[in-house]
Design a protein around this ligand. Structure first.
Ligand SMILES: *Cc1c(COP(=O)(O)O)cnc(C)c1O
Length: 339
């Protein structure tokens, strides 16, 4: 009773009633400690020199699966009871979320099934299979794979782990915000890759609860920026998916979105959109100047600075969200002369 009451009180005394609050993120941090890396925050001398402000890179590329998604997946799975864990997990991602669920499930000895369309490239299928998950290849689109997820929830009672629109997933991603403010208390601005909004929403809840004046800027590609379109329309809308270098930022936010749309609407200070050339420049800069292999989605913060699309007002953190890029594509981008 007391716990419920204090929880209701803390939620309703927040300035806005949010689906995730600081306490959820602090609990997530305690829960996932040991299962995920507390990643390095390193100063970039070239970006600091260029902007005249201290710029730091939060290297989520250092997580065991090479991307931050492990935080949310780990928190969601650890929040399940024993009976639910026994039933097993299911999701439909071919990318970093699929890897995260497969990796966390194996670490926690929980069975996991990842549904994919039969058109998913073999190397992506293998990457998840080697992490120990059961793969189900169905249909020819991401929607077909998602329908199989719904069937397995119905028929076998499997537990879905959503990629972003889930309070436990968001709270897990938000632990990045706690780590940044702890190591950089003078922080004024965070640049966050934005797709479904679990990462940006979670970080915004954490940093603004600790220091309300911190600005959180979401960064997406011009091609198919779903959250940007939804915020402009005032509600989730269908967005045509297009091919982009920032492939991990593709896909919709879900027409029935119930967590991340609200968080992004209420907490993001701005959204910046980037061209494909600008994203390529971010990948190139990361490789040549910072010595890190970054995928398109992970490079958008750097790219926004290089394109002069954000104004910094003090110490800044860029979330380098992931590094899983096809090596041949990376090589091609990095070796190309800068435009
Ligand atoms: C999933 C992902 C994102 C976007 O996260 P959302 O919570 O969907 O906004 C950004 N970068 C990488 C590398 C990702 O895998």
């Amino acid at each position: 009773m007391t716990i419920m009451k204090s929880e209701i009180l803390s939620r309703s005394t927040e300035e806005k009633v949010l689906p995730v609050i600081l306490a959820d993120i602090e609990q997530a941090a305690a829960r996932i400690a040991g299962g995920v890396a507390c990643t390095p925050l390193v100063r970039s001398s070239t970006l600091s020199e260029r902007t005249g402000q201290p710029v730091h890179l939060k290297l989520e590329t250092c997580q065991p699966i090479g991307a931050f998604k492990l935080r949310g997946a780990m928190n969601a799975i650890l929040s399940l009871g024993d009976a639910e864990r026994k039933r097993g997990l299911v999701t439909a991602s071919t990318g970093n979320h699929g890897r995260a669920v497969a990796y966390a499930a194996r670490e926690l000895s929980v069975p996991a099934t990842i549904c994919m369309s039969s058109l998913v490239p073999a190397n992506k299928v293998e990457a998840v299979r080697t992490l120990g998950a059961e793969i189900r290849l169905v249909g020819i689109s991401q929607d077909d794979a998602q329908e199989e997820v719904e069937r397995l929830i119905e028929s076998r009672g499997l537990i879905p782990i959503p990629p972003f629109d889930d309070a436990n997933v968001v709270a897990g991603q938000g632990t990045i915000g706690l780590e940044i403010v702890e190591s950089l208390p003078e922080l004024t601005t965070v640049l966050v890759p934005l797709s479904g909004g679990g990462l940006a929403g979670g970080i915004a809840v954490a940093v603004k609860a600790l220091k309300p004046e911190i600005r959180v800027i979401g960064i997406s590609m011009e091609r198919g920026a779903a959250m940007h379109a939804a915020l402009a329309a005032g509600k989730p809308v269908a967005v045509r998916e297009e091919e982009t270098l920032a492939d991990s930022l593709g896909g919709g936010i879900g027409l029935a979105n119930h967590v991340t749309f609200t968080l992004c609407r209420d907490l993001l200070d701005d959204i910046v959109l980037l061209t494909e050339d600008e994203i390529a420049e971010g990948i190139r800069h990361a490789a040549r100047e910072e010595n890190i292999t970054v995928e398109g989605a992970g490079a958008v913060g750097i790219a926004a600075i290089l394109a002069n699309k954000v104004e910094l007002s003090g110490p800044t953190a860029i979330i380098i969200s992931g590094g899983n890029i096809d090596p041949a594509l990376h090589q091609k981008i990095v070796s190309r002369a800068a435009p």
